[in-house]
Write a protein that binds this ligand. Structure first.
Ligand code: FUL
Length: 472
């Protein structure tokens, strides 16, 4: 006991997890029966006749989301009401019995085609909890049904970057109880879409634990494997549409040395922050003027993408079948605002010096390269330091650090200083870095920066360090 952190330091991400992490910011599109019934959770009894987008335009979705700075989208192909947005062979409760394109339409096809056309990643949300399907709650029969549907989605719509399984279930104590064949679902996905991550009720991506848009201050991607158990996930997921999980309900420390004491088994299980641009997940006209402010969205962005988590921001298309202009405009402003934050790159002509380098292929100059090369300290360097010379006095208000997570997550504590009249002055004192840590502070003017790695598990690494100034 006491050396759990050594074990944790050896855990690395899979290739699919690495690729997912690089996606950083993408959209959730909640669209389905609830869009037309003005509800959040349907009970599976609403007539397919109600599903009737009058001006459906998937290209418009992708353009609007791309213009918001996002890199992909995840579509709710089937929500808890069981209504399918594709022509499933296994149920009548789908678009085939709706007026949309006289029952000939396939929303999943149109959205996935639009994504591919615009080089946008595409992922699927399929709710395991199904309130329409009769076999739900009977065990094997429902599992066969679910796997059949999954197979349709996994084979007919091109490459998927993510399969999002919701842990929510509102059946309650006396409701139906379905034993899900999780391992069967997962092996089907691995076989048919080996590059897709399985998120939330799955082994690849961890739900941050709330729907308020915040992750932990110290978000570890390596956690004890118990956090990936389906039982644990179900217990912490939503049980009613009235009360979304809040931040105060989540466990605040999953991965620190203290938190992992006495644990034996660790996994790479990075966090995703899921939050909606509107109060609800589905479109409701009466929420048209209740969008989160740009300031709030920007804060969410920095506190997720900038704090070692990915951000899935829900933008629900409206009853016409388009992303509402209000949301599209907001996304446009958000992208502009974030671009302004990274207006000047102050590390363009910079040089770096390190207290140690493992060898010449792990030189500190690698932190400014765009490729996969990275810096690594010597094993006997207890408190490695990097000094960045900015090539003259520069004003800056941000430093973006990235560990080389392909070799694990190592940094536990670090401090950043700037040179003020020949003395080092502290500007940032923080915990984990992980994939990305965006440190923001009031603008300073200086020609040098020092990064000190105060506590690391394995050897400190940096894939990249960039210094920015925002435009006023
Ligand atoms: C929750 C669901 O119950 C909500 O309706 C929504 O889909 C959200 C992303 O997950 O658990």
């Amino acid at each position: 006991m006491g050396d759990e952190w050594i074990k944790a330091s050896a855990v690395v991400p899979s290739k699919r997890q690495l690729n997912w992490q690089k996606t950083e910011f993408y959209a959730f599109c909640h669209f389905g029966m609830n869009t037309f019934t003005d509800r959040e959770w349907g009970d599976g009894t609403d007539s397919p006749e109600l599903f009737n987008p009058t001006d459906f335009d998937a290209d418009q979705w992708v353009s609007a989301l791309k213009n918001g700075g996002m890199r992909g989208l995840v579509l709710t192909c089937k929500h808890h009401d069981g209504f399918c947005l594709w022509q499933s062979k296994y149920t009548d409760y789908s678009v085939k019995n709706s007026p949309y394109k006289n029952g000939e339409g396939d929303i999943v096809k149109e959205v996935s085609d639009a994504c591919r056309k615009q080089n946008f990643k595409f992922g699927i949300y399929v709710s395991p909890w199904d309130r329409h399907e009769k076999t739900y709650g009977t065990g094997a029969a429902y599992n066969i049904y679910f796997k059949n549907q999954l197979e349709e989605l996994l084979t007919n719509y091109g490459e998927l970057f993510c399969v999002w399984f919701d842990g929510a279930c509102g059946e309650g104590e006396n409701g139906k109880k379905q034993e899900y064949d999780w391992q069967g679902y997962y092996s089907l996905i691995r076989r048919l879409q080996p590059d897709a991550v399985i998120s939330i009720s799955g082994p690849d991506v961890r739900w941050c634990g709330n729907e308020a848009g915040v992750c932990r201050k110290s978000e570890w991607s390596v956690v004890p494997s118990e956090f990936c158990s389906n039982l644990y996930i179900a217990e912490h997921s939503q049980k009613s549409d009235k009360k979304p999980p809040e931040k105060k309900e989540m466990t605040l420390d999953l991965g620190s040395r203290k938190a992992i004491k006495g644990k034996n088994d660790f996994i790479w299980y990075p966090a995703e922050v899921d939050v909606s641009i509107r109060p609800g997940w589905f479109y409701h006209e009466n929420e048209d003027y209740k969008l989160k402010s740009i300031k709030k969205l920007e804060e969410i962005y920095f506190n997720s993408v900038g704090a070692n988590a990915n951000l899935i921001l829900n933008v629900p298309p409206d009853t016409t079948g388009k992303i509402n202009q209000i949301d599209a405009l907001e996304l446009d402003s958000l992208r502009r605002r974030i671009e302004k934050e990274f207006y000047y790159c102050r590390s363009e002509n910079a040089h770096a010096f390190a207290s140690s380098e493992k060898d010449s292929s792990h030189a500190v100059k690698n932190i400014f390269s765009d490729d996969d090369s990275f810096w690594q300290s010597e094993s006997d360097d207890e408190k490695p330091e990097i000094i960045i010379d900015l090539d003259g006095q520069k004003v800056f208000d941000k430093i973006v650090l990235m560990e080389n997570i392909a070799t694990g997550q190592q940094v536990e504590k670090f401090t950043v200083f700037y040179d003020r009249g020949g003395k080092w002055k502290k500007i940032v004192k923080s915990t984990v870095i992980g994939y990305k840590r965006i440190c923001r502070f009031s603008a300073v003017k200086s020609s040098k920066i020092k990064i000190r790695f105060d506590l690391c598990r394995g050897k400190a690494t940096l894939l990249s360090a960039q210094i920015y100034q925002s435009k006023d």
